[in-house]
Design a protein around this ligand. Structure first.
Ligand SMILES: Cc1cc2nc3c(=O)[nH]c(=O)nc-3n(C[C@H](O)[C@H](O)[C@H](O)COP(=O)(O)O)c2cc1C
Length: 209
């Protein structure tokens, strides 16, 4: 326990790690990630988070193909991607895109694709599917747990954009929705600090204006 990362160090060093080795991740670690994820809160304590850990090569290839198609649209000119942002210059965004493209090429080789789902207990309505307030805290828990265990991971949604196709691949019943695809593996590169807006830019006291 003593040499585990502290919670703040983990939060401040939990970057999206997209370039991952094909080496398998032990099942007990994958279960540990999901168990940590499940400690997150859910609305009304409904505890509807459900997880599909995709390790089968054929299943990974199908999800990788969906992701590749969506990434190609995202990366294409006019794909809606900002070339630069006030807090992230064009060079840095280009490097991020390179990592997204790398992952699109190699997703089928990443050992575990963890799909964060939510079980609503009734047929999923569009609005519910868009929400996700009861699954994203769990996704962040999983990302933090992965970081603390030295595993690379990143939250992704592009591969699930074709909802009908993703539902078919994952065999989802009509009361479940998939929200996030988290590739998990041992990182090729180094972990590092995240770069975020200074807190002063993001907070006002008592009222916005
Ligand atoms: C809702 C959401 C959707 C995302 N979708 C994708 C995605 O489809 N593909 C991808 O490579 N990264 C995706 N990301 C990861 C973001 O690009 C990443 O968290 C952001 O660039 C910050 O990266 P950093 O933590 O390394 O600074 C997504 C993140 C969130 C929160």
């Amino acid at each position: 326990m003593a040499d585990e990362m502290g919670i703040f160090e983990t939060m401040y060093h939990c970057r999206a790690m997209r370039r991952l080795k094909p080496d398998p991740v032990p099942e007990e670690l994958l279960l540990k990630l999901v168990d940590a994820a499940n400690q997150a809160p859910t609305g009304s304590n409904a505890q509807g988070a459900r997880w599909i850990v995709v390790r089968d090569p054929e299943q990974r290839a199908k999800l990788a193909a969906l992701n590749k198609t969506a990434v190609a649209s995202y990366a294409a000119p006019g794909g809606g991607r900002a070339a630069a942002l006030p807090h992230q210059d064009a060079d840095k965004r280009q490097r991020m895109l390179a990592a997204v493209l790398w992952q699109a090429e190699h997703m089928q080789d990443i050992p575990a694709l963890v799909i964060a789902c939510y079980k609503f207990g009734q047929p999923v309505r569009q609005g519910q599917a868009m929400g996700g307030g009861s699954i994203w805290p769990a996704v962040q828990n999983l990302l933090l747990a992965a970081r603390a265990l030295g595993l690379g991971a990143a939250p992704t949604t592009l591969g699930l954009a074709n909802r009908a196709a993703a539902r078919e691949v994952l065999g989802l019943p009509d009361d479940m929705e998939a929200f996030c695809l988290i590739p998990v593996g041992y990182p090729m590169g180094n972990f590092g600090p995240v770069v975020r807006l200074p807190v002063q830019e993001t907070v006002r006291w008592d009222r916005w204006e």
